[in-house]
Design a protein around this ligand. Structure first.
Ligand code: PEP
Length: 257
């Protein structure tokens, strides 16, 4: 990571906590610890992808973070049941959205849907975090071309002028929700492949505007390794973002590294 870049620390709450009251208590405790931190932190130094129904209330009480969604629809305004479109997210105070987390892909999201989600989200000016990552690794290195092809297809409808609001989250599926993260070296190799795919799509000048982050069993013990050696601009954190103390420790570590 380049020293002057503020790291993107993004928590993914998934289907936690159980109630809005618990979510508000979490944010208040987190912000209290944030204010008391001994590290020099920016005014806003974390991102939290929260359950969609909580967004507008959480936005009101969060002082030090950006609040966003875990998914968004790529369809247009109109007659479709059970979907939320980017303009609706924005109007509740959401500043960003995850797209194509592996758990969303597993439920049947198609490549075409993905391409529309990314394009509409970026056109709507949401910071757009596209998740990519191989299911498994093979000795021949085919996982690199799988990730590169995924990026090219997912970004096929996006104008290069919007790339500055795009983040690619490299999340190897085999590392999510388990006990074994990728090594920083394994991460670095894929970050290079991601940057190669972006450059071949839009040229180096636009590709450079895209931030690349890592997710998959990030903990307070390993977070600094990805920032220092993994070639990433930040982290996407599942379980360790769901308790105040571990998320705050990771925020401190990454901003202090
Ligand atoms: C995730 O689901 O995006 C994730 C990275 O989860 P965890 O950190 O729990 O592996």
């Amino acid at each position: 990571m380049t020293a002057h870049i503020t790291p993107l620390i993004i928590g993914n709450w998934k289907t936690t906590p159980a109630t809005l009251k618990d979510a508000i208590t979490f944010i208040k405790n987190l912000d209290k610890k944030y204010t008391a931190s001994k590290i020099k932190l920016p005014k806003k130094g974390y991102y939290l992808a929260v359950p969609e129904v909580f967004i507008s209330e959480i936005v009101k009480c969060s002082v030090h973070g950006y609040i966003g969604a875990q998914n968004v629809s790529g369809i247009s305004l109109g007659q479709t049941t059970g979907e939320t479109i980017p303009s609706q997210l924005l109007s509740t105070g959401s500043t960003f959205t995850l797209i194509s987390h592996s758990e969303v892909r597993k439920r049947g999201e198609t490549g075409d849907e993905r391409a529309h989600k990314v394009a509409l989200s970026l056109q709507s000016k949401l910071l757009t975090i596209l998740c990519v990552g191989e299911q498994t690794r093979d000795k021949q290195g085919n996982y690199l071309s799988i990730v590169e092809e995924d990026i090219k297809q997912s970004l096929s409808l996006v104008s290069k002028n919007l790339f500055s609001n795009l983040v690619i989250a490299y999340e190897p599926v085999w590392a999510i929700g388990g006990t074994t993260p990728a090594t920083p070296h394994e991460c670095f190799e894929v970050v290079i492949a991601i940057r190669r795919a972006l450059s071949s799509l839009v040229g180096i000048d636009y590709a450079k505007k895209v931030k690349v982050i890592y997710g998959g069993t990030v903990t307070k013990e390993n977070a600094h390794l990805f920032i220092q050696e993994g070639g990433v601009d930040g982290l996407l954190i599942g379980r360790a973002s769901q308790t105040v103390s571990s998320f705050m420790e990771i925020i401190n570590i990454c901003h202090g590294t």
